[in-house]
Structure formats: structure tokens, C-alpha cells
Design a protein. Sequence first.
Length: 271
Amino acid sequence: MYKNYWKLTEKPFENTPDTRFIYYSSQHEESLYRLLYVVREGKGAGLLSGIFGCGKTLIGRTLLKELDKDEYRTAFISNPYLSYEELLMYIVYNLGGKDLPQKKTDVLVNVILERLGEILENNMRDGKKTVIIIDEAHVIKDRQVWEELRLILNFQAENKFLLTLLILGQPELKELIDTNKQFSQRIAVKCHLENLSEEDTTKYVLHRLSVSGRNEPVFTGEALRAIYEKSGGIPRRVNNICDLALFSGFGKEVALIGEEIIKDVARDIEG
Ligand SMILES: Nc1ncnc2c1ncn2[C@@H]1O[C@H](COP(=O)(O)OP(=O)(O)OP(=O)(O)O)[C@@H](O)[C@H]1O
Ligand SMILES: [Mg+2]
């Protein structure tokens, strides 16, 4: 494939939240820094909202990687399309809970909450903090789920939170939380990610190429400007355009990718 042609050690623009590729624009750096503060200071909850494809999941994954395994027990919930019981069960399971009830009964929630309480206390006894990240949290529309998540935050000991909850999601998550005053008050830090500026988009592209072992130019200046224009500075779109452009440039055997190729592939993507 185009990897050899462009002298790359790996494909630079894959749409996966691979933490090795993270580019710290000022907003990504600040969000990570502030969420790490929430976790390290043992605050109750933090929120990261942002438009689609701008790096929320990547920030969540990077944050978990930053945390010392000896100090933290973590759960990353990537698919909260669940009922309250299921979500709770999934959280407990991810935190290493065993022998969980199999059948739905009237006391199911109480049993799982009890198990969660035990896990949190055990973690604390072992000197470990517990961190739960719920990604795509904007899909949780059921107010009861938010109410119950708020109650989970009540597991406290000696004025310290036994657990930090980070919620990540699209911009409507912030609105959703703002309508729930009690939950909103528990959130120590709210961060928001927007699209990248033109300067950051260019640096982002060059950074990802560099992680893939390519420091020589691949795109002309005009091409880089066109990448920004056609992607609107949204990283996932930048990735789609750049990946196809590398493929197209390889097919045409060009030495450098110009703006024509960018415009062509952007047109193909838009359909
Ligand atoms: N700062 C960044 N540095 C490197 N890659 C990034 C950055 N921000 C986003 N990306 C890349 O862009 C793509 C989309 O990012 P991610 O999946 O984290 O976005 P998201 O905000 O979670 O999107 P969605 O709203 O669809 O869940 C991924 O390939 C990710 O690696
Ligand atoms: Mg995501």
C-alpha cells in the first residue's frame, strides 16, 4: 500500500483513538490537564463536551494512560446505550466485580450498588482511587439514570470522594447536564473541545506524519490550506481527507500532494 511509497512506518491517519498520535493543541492540552486535576484532587465529577470527531474519546484514553496503575482503578464505559441496571452492572463488571447477579429481580439495583460500594471501599483500603469514564454520555436521555449516577457520587468517606466520574459527549451533553441542577453542581470542571484553527490543523497533520516516521514534506502549503478548508478543522475529517490523499498521491506517483488532490478526495468524501 501507500506506506512504502511515502516512506512511513505506519499509516498516519487511521480513525482510531490511538494515544501515540495525540497532538496537543492548546485546547486538547488544557482539557486533559483540567480533567487530570479533577481525578488527582479526588473531585466528584468532570465533563468534556465537544463536536463530533474532535478528540473526546482520545482525551479520555490518554487520561487513563497517564494514571499510575498502582494508584488508580479505572473503568472506561464506551457504550452507555443501556438501561440503568445494565449501565450499573457494566460499571461494576469493568471495575472487576465478580459473581454479579444474572437475573433481573426487584432487588437487583440494590445488590449491584452494594457490590459497587464494596469495590470502592476495597480500593480505598488498598490506597487506590477509582475513576469511571462514561464516553458518549449524551445518549443517556433517561433522567432516572442521571439521578442514579448522582447518587453513586454520594459514596464518600471522610469528605473525600471514593470515586471520580468523568462524562464525555457531544455538545448536547452540556445542555442535558445544565437542566439537572443537582448533578451539575457536582461537576468540578467542565471542558469543551471545538474544531482546530488553521495553524493547529497544519501542525496536527505534520505531527501525525512525524509519528509515522515522516518528517519530509508530503503536502504543499496550498494542500495544507485546502485540508483545513475542506475539513473545517475537525480531526476525524482531516484524517479521512489525508488518508485518501496519500492513497491518491501514491496512485498518481506524485512527489508532493497539491491542493488539486485534496479537493478531489474531499469531493469524493462529500459524495
Ligand atoms: N488532538 C488530537 N491528536 C491526534 N489525533 C486526534 C486528536 N483529536 C482527535 N484525533 C483523532 O481524530 C479521530 C476522532 O477522535 P475521537 O474519536 O477521539 O473524537 P470524538 O470527539 O470522541 O468523536 P465522537 O463525537 O464521534 O465520539 C481519532 O482518530 C483521533 O485519534
Ligand atoms: Mg468519541
